[in-house]
Design a protein around this ligand. Structure first.
Ligand SMILES: Cc1cc2nc3c(=O)[nH]c(=O)nc-3n(C[C@H](O)[C@H](O)[C@H](O)COP(=O)(O)OP(=O)(O)OC[C@H]3O[C@@H](n4cnc5c(N)ncnc54)[C@H](O)[C@@H]3O)c2cc1C
Ligand code: SF4
Length: 339
């Protein structure tokens, strides 16, 4: 049985108090929300914080706000996000992503903020301490070599969050609060293509909320590839959001990829749709362009060449769903998950 290491525990009731604790304790303290990523990691000795600062008592982090767009508190559980009629109706891509994270139990505990700050994953890293010791560890934790790309000085562990690509395609931004500062950053800019230093967030910063722009004219969709439909991390995530005029001509389009790099990112390809209707030719061209940006590594489930090979197909599923095609049968067949 894997046991947790010893740690101190604080449970502040406000963002200000949590920020003061983080500032006083320094990088040895870590935030914990649902703990569904952090606690297994601590058991495997990936992270061994001296103090955990829980945000679960902070009510302001659980708010849902509506204006011209939406504001979602980082402390909302994924089940709460999925249960929100406004999310389902206005931001379908986010709803589909959140609904496919892990299992019901994990979504009941796991939060939106925790999902966006999820540690990167790798077959050589997500193992217990003894397993990792037997291979002399690796760059990401305790070692000196990357077993996936042995000549690489950089860890290429994979970003495996489902909600991030969906939210990036929707044009979301996040608020980061610390004792020193309060800033809003585009979600796409929160991520760095580095498996170790994967977030542009300082250790003393708390992600407090996610802001979504107005959904007027937009439709979105998220498609996830994984081995088991019941639960599994994504080994490919394709998120698309498209704004069309009344006659169906595309005015704006954003396509984001997850699980094919150390960060979720906006790809080229969406621009090929602008000024056109979502016809099969336009969709195929966009799919091919997006696929050329996907560079999966051999460090997750399923063959990497096959994962790259299906990117264009997945872009096609997302765009055809946005076009209004009934994709329910395809979704159940391909992703083994009815939504
Ligand atoms: C079996 C299993 C399957 C899973 N499958 C999936 C999956 O399919 N897709 C997926 O995306 N995830 C999956 N997960 C990961 C996880 O359950 C979810 O990503 C969940 O949303 C994480 O949220 P949390 O609140 O539990 O995060 P925590 O574990 O509490 O925290 C995760 C990280 O985020 C930081 N953090 C948390 N909240 C904040 C905040 N407000 N501000 C700044 N930093 C913060 C923590 O310090 C920590 O580094 C799976 C986990 C397990 C165990
Ligand atoms: S990509 Fe390389 S350095 Fe990063 S976790 Fe995997 S083996 Fe370790």
């Amino acid at each position: 049985m894997m046991r947790l290491p010893w740690f101190g525990f604080r449970s502040p009731a406000s963002v200000g108090e949590a920020a003061r604790i983080l500032a006083a304790e320094g990088p040895q303290a870590m935030l914990i929300a649902g703990g569904t990523d952090l606690l297994p990691n601590m058991k495997r000795r990936h992270q061994t914080p001296a103090t955990l600062v829980s945000i679960s008592r902070i009510e302001t982090l659980k708010k849902v706000g509506n204006g011209s767009g939406a504001v979602l508190g980082a402390g909302l559980t994924l089940s709460e996000v999925v249960a929100s009629p406004a999310v389902r109706e206005n931001y379908a891509g986010l709803w589909q992503a959140a609904a496919q994270v892990a299992t019901v139990h994990l979504r009941n505990m796991g939060t939106l903020g925790g999902n966006l700050c999820l540690d990167t994953r790798c077959n050589y890293y997500n193992q217990n301490y003894e397993w990792r010791k037997a291979i002399d560890f690796c760059l990401k934790k305790d070692g000196e070599i990357c077993w996936v790309a042995t000549a690489s000085k950089r860890c290429v562990a994979t970003s495996s969050t489902d909600c991030a690509p969906a939210l990036i395609s929707l044009g979301a931004s996040v608020r980061l609060v610390s004792v020193q500062s309060e800033r809003e950053v585009a979600l796409a800019d929160l991520y760095k293509n580095d498996g170790i230093d994967y977030l542009a967030r300082r250790p003393d910063e708390i992600l407090t909320e996610v802001k979504l722009p107005s959904p007027a004219g937009w439709k979105s969709s998220y498609w996830k590839l994984r081995r088991r439909g019941a639960f599994d991390f994504p080994v490919l995530g394709v998120a698309a959001a498209v704004k069309t005029a009344r006659d169906g001509t595309v005015e704006e389009a954003r396509i984001a990829l997850g699980a094919v790099s150390s960060r979720p990112f906006l790809t080229k390809g969406g621009e090929l749709l602008i000024g056109r209707k979502l016809g099969d030719d336009a969709i195929a061209e966009a799919g091919a362009k997006v696929a050329s940006a996907a560079k999966p590594m051999d460090n997750t489930d399923l063959d990497l060449y096959w994962r790259k090979g299906v990117v264009a197909e997945f872009v096609g599923y997302a765009l055809r769903e946005i076009r209004g095609d009934d994709m329910s049968e395809t979704r159940t067949r391909i992703t083994r998950h009815a939504l």
